[in-house]
Design a protein around this ligand. Sequence first.
Ligand SMILES: [Zn+2]
Length: 182
Amino acid sequence: MTTTTTDPWNIPQGHTIDIPRAEAITGWRAEWVFPARGGALLYNFRDGHLSARPAECLEEHDHPVPDPECHCGYRVVRDLHHLAAYWKAYRRTDNTRGKTFPVYAIARVRGFGRIARPRTDPQYIRDDPPGTVRVSRMSIARTIYAPRDRAHYFADGLESFYSLVDVRIYDHLDDLIEGETP
Ligand SMILES: [Zn+2]
């Protein structure tokens, strides 16, 4: 509960800050898409709500979320091209295992509440894209990018649930990496 001049994207490792909704950061996040009656939904934005429920810790720790020494919180990435490159690599890895990759959309989101950097201890390190922070609260800011290859499956469905948001179709993650507007 602080008023601070600390840049939320550059919080010292091991620290947290709290920022109100009015001072939310804006970044990007990949969200799993699943079919629902009457359309398609983003996993953390149920029932078409533009605000996610407050983040909860999936481990058994009793602490505020995100905790600097844990992995909890919603991950938000500052730059679209960093998130897109991460997903491109992740999909390639998954494809080599012959699995059907779930459908993910990339959403422009606001992050606020409690904020922390990802934990970086070697034994816990994850390959978060550069410019990743963890937040306790988030909402959809403006845009959802949905991949064309599954468009028949959910693009219209997303629009039906998130009518206040601009749902755009992209052909390739490279388009997002290069910063083009699909
Ligand atoms: Zn936790």
